[in-house]
Write a protein that binds this ligand. Sequence first.
Ligand SMILES: [Zn+2]
Ligand SMILES: [Zn+2]
Length: 414
Amino acid sequence: MDLIALAVPFFLLAIVIELVVNRVRGSGYFRANDAINSLSAGMLSTTTGYFTKLLPLIAWGFVLQNFALIDMPLSWFDASPRGIALWVTAALAWDFCYYWFHRFSHEISVLWAAHAVHHQSEDYNLTTALRQTSTGFIFGWIFYLPIFLAGFPLEVIVAVNAVNLIYQFWVHTQTVRRLGVLDYIFVTPSNHRVHHAQNERYIDKNYGGMLILWDRMFGTFQDELEEDPVVFGVRKPLANWNPFWANLQVYDYLLFDARHTKRWRDKIGVWFRRTGWRPADVEAEFPKARADLDHFRKFDARPGPGLQAYVMAQFLVSLVLALFISAWFAESGLEAVLVPCLLLWAQLWTIGLLNEGRGYAVRAELVRLLLLVPVGAALQPGAEWPVVIGYVALSLAWLGYIIIYSKQLVKEHT
Ligand SMILES: [Zn+2]
Ligand SMILES: [Zn+2]
């Protein structure tokens, strides 16, 4: 049973409720372009995850089988007082390892490259929670090895991980302000807002997953202060709506520095030293301007004339496709989802381009629509192609209408 997949409909419902509340209050916490980008990164993370999540499971299973200190059979984890105590211990152990994993994800460059995706949104709402990395699988599993060395069963830890992740969803909101004593013990919206801030005082604070107590214990806690309102986002903004680039941007910065520095020690240091560290020669030759928060402006590119509704409709189609892919994966495994994933990724890419209002976005979208059926059918014959042909025909008709209509619109204004 995949708890996270089960939670997805509730996540989406909560997002709709938060969206409606914010519209009614006019609080401006949601922008369509940013929310679409966050959810696109989430869909990318989930679907690439089908291909990568075996790696940690194999590594953990191997450690468990060969090096576990205590043999803990699954039957110990029942509803008895001992079983409950074991479940709580497992949850605490996971949360403790999560704290360190998350802390290193901010403090070490190559880990930050993977984690930065989660922090790029300059808004903060429930869609930000689903904005997850696609490359976290590379190093993430290492931090949880002590739990398997101790001997906790894989099934228990998979469940505990899911609960931890699901818990972290609701704290990504500005709609809930302060929660009194809960802010002291648990990770709550207030102290997680601090974590997503780029204000000097808030940087590298509040790493906890479920308990904020870890931060209080290890000196990384910072309270949210009225006099210092949170500015969300990262110091080197993503400044586009491409979910693929969101996953690659920081690696690209690091690669640039590694290529341009002269010393071999620095070529390696670029990846494994403290986030923000740059070799002296590269720093001197290619200095980077410091972020100026007093004049901070959110990145806010929007779709071209007449395209807003089209982008939103395509985004909803991608969301439905992602939900179908999740069901197909649960039913038939990896092979069944490869082609649908490729089609989804192509769609997420053009949605990003359209959202940025790029000149060539409509052409890229036309190419995608025209190639979708021939390429898809060649790769996976016998699928539900008549349905897809209907979708392509409708999309082409709509796009054609926009091209003609928006040209007239531009002419009328000139
Ligand atoms: Zn973080
Ligand atoms: Zn977060």
